[in-house]
Design a protein around this ligand. Structure first.
Ligand SMILES: Cc1ncc(COP(=O)(O)O)c(C=O)c1O
Length: 486
């Protein structure tokens, strides 16, 4: 395939998967050139091809738009169609930082936040465990608890795996500063600059930031908000590109909330096994399940130590304690050394305190309460969306975690919606934060992790009004349709 054909296929996949909706303006010439490192003529030839395929149409002096005919391809697509986008360099940090910064003002309604309310955590009981363990901690623990980490804490974590039916050796567990450090260390353990990493689209922005920071390239695998990761697209990416690692969420994915079925998780592990590619599994929301049991992670089906299962207590117990871990399989030794070389150790008194809490503090009782609070909050937000959002809006109803992914029927500029919402004291997480190509302009992520009250309900009402006022993405950002020369 020529470069322009590859580019056309990449964009066709985005259109067919619905990432680019009917009527949406196609990305700008500048964006495409920067992202794919192609020439201007390659972009135009790719656009002519897309036009021939009936997927886009030119509007004189205005740009290219996704054609009405693409709706057929979109509605017929059982799931996003295979051809994954070419590996690309990532430039997301400025966008993410600006959104996070704007949402930090006190008093803002935190619908865009990544955290649940601290009011849902047993902070007093935790403080007791911390105080007690600090009083009695052995002075030698500063040496004994260096990576892989406090033994009592790792045993408690291993016990929780056993509760899921996974025999997880405590020796393969490395304690980290939150899941984020675990994920980053895993990525460092299995890649070098320039390598290709498969990530989800839409996916957690910290994966994009890690890839940017380590000078890697990302190949985006579509995630359908209802069925999850597109395994056919992943298989195609594995065949077409030298993928060195995958970073995926299999439970309550951020931002869509989708969970892969057991069959899909098993198939994912088998597929990666056949290609000998390690999986960095981000499972920070697994404990927040609304059904009876913890949905088994892909780690449960791994026989070769190729899945690095990362999680933490940040979403379930104590975000500020910054304690996470990775069950790193055959990479445990490498991850442990990287931990020593980067941050040396996670706070030892905090590790000891958490170990005490897990043994005596009633963690399971707390989790049961937390899950039922989140489920009730989901019901309230679901009802508020129904009441306040424009007709035709689609949203997910996850089985766990605390994120809802909302997709608007008309093209809107989610960045502009975010800006307007901040002016009204409301934060939302705009769709473009969750992909390399800043796609999903029509989407936002909402957080239902806060106890429901009239202020949140009113924020949804205001948001519903703002959505009706927000325009589609700005015209200056599009490729102007040239006069065709064929
Ligand atoms: C999907 C996902 N993974 C990892 C993290 C980071 O977890 P931690 O706070 O334990 O570092 C977050 C936090 O927002 C997250 O949403």
């Amino acid at each position: 395939m020529t470069r322009y054909e590859v580019l056309a296929n990449t964009m066709a996949a985005q259109i067919r998967s619905g990432s680019l909706k009917v009527g949406a303006r196609m990305p700008s010439l500048r964006q495409i050139i920067a992202q794919h490192g192609v020439s201007q003529s390659t972009v135009f030839r790719a656009y002519y091809l897309l036009e021939e395929w009936g997927l886009i149409r030119a509007q004189e002096r205005s740009g290219y738009y996704v054609a009405p005919g693409a709706a057929v391809a979109q509605s017929h697509a059982q799931r996003p169609v295979a051809a994954p986008a070419e590996p690309a360099k990532v430039d997301i940090s400025n966008l993410v930082f600006s959104v996070l910064e704007a949402a930090k003002h006190p008093g803002i309604v935190p619908l865009g936040s990544a955290f649940p309310s601290p009011l849902l955590f047993p902070l007093q009981r935790l403080a007791r465990s911390l105080g007690q363990s600090v009083r009695f901690v052995s002075p030698w623990s500063t040496v004994a608890d260096l990576p892989p980490g406090n033994e009592a804490l790792r045993s408690q974590i291993a016990l929780r795996y056993l509760g899921m039916g996974i025999a997880q050796p405590a020796e393969e567990l490395v304690v980290t500063n939150g899941a984020l450090e675990a994920l980053n260390l895993c990525l460092m353990a299995v890649t070098r600059p320039g390598d290709v990493v498969a990530i989800e689209s839409p996916g957690f922005y910290a994966a994009l930031q890690a890839i940017e920071r380590l000078d890697l390239r990302a190949v985006e695998i579509p995630v359908d908000p209802r069925s999850g990761l597109d395994l056919d697209a992943l298989e195609q990416a594995l065949k077409n590109y030298p993928v060195r690692a995958c970073w995926f969420m299999t439970n309550f994915q951020n931002p869509t909330g989708v969970t892969l079925t057991v069959e899909k998780k098993r198939a994912l592990v088998d597929l990666l096994d056949r290609h000998d590619v390690p999986l960095i599994e981000d499972d920070v929301y697994g404990e927040l399940h609304f059904q009876a049991d913890y949905p088994l992670p892909a780690r449960a089906f791994d026989k070769r130590g190729m899945v690095m299962h990362c999680s933490s207590f940040s979403k379930t117990l104590a975000p500020g304690y910054r304690i996470g871990w990775v069950a790193a399989g055959k990479f445990a030794d490498k991850v442990q050394k990287l931990k020593l070389m980067t941050t040396l150790s996670s706070s030892i008194p905090v590790q000891t305190g958490l170990a005490d809490y897990l043994q005596h503090g009633g963690y399971d009782r707390h989790l049961r309460k937390l899950r039922s609070a989140l489920l009730a909050q989901l019901a309230s937000m679901d009802a508020a969306i129904r009441r306040w959002m424009p007709p035709g809006v689609k949203w997910t109803r996850p089985d766990g975690g605390y994120f809802i992914w909302l997709e608007f029927p008309e093209p809107i500029d989610a960045m502009e919606l975010h800006r307007l919402a901040i002016e009204h004291g409301i934060s939302v997480a705009p769709g473009p934060m969750f992909s390399v190509s800043h796609a999903f302009e029509n989407c936002i992520r909402l957080n239902f992790g806060h106890p429901w009250n009239a202020k949140i309900d009113d924020a949804l009402r205001v948001l519903g009004q703002l959505v009706r006022q927000v325009p589609a993405a700005p015209t200056s950002a599009s490729v102007s349709a040239p006069v065709k020369r064929r």
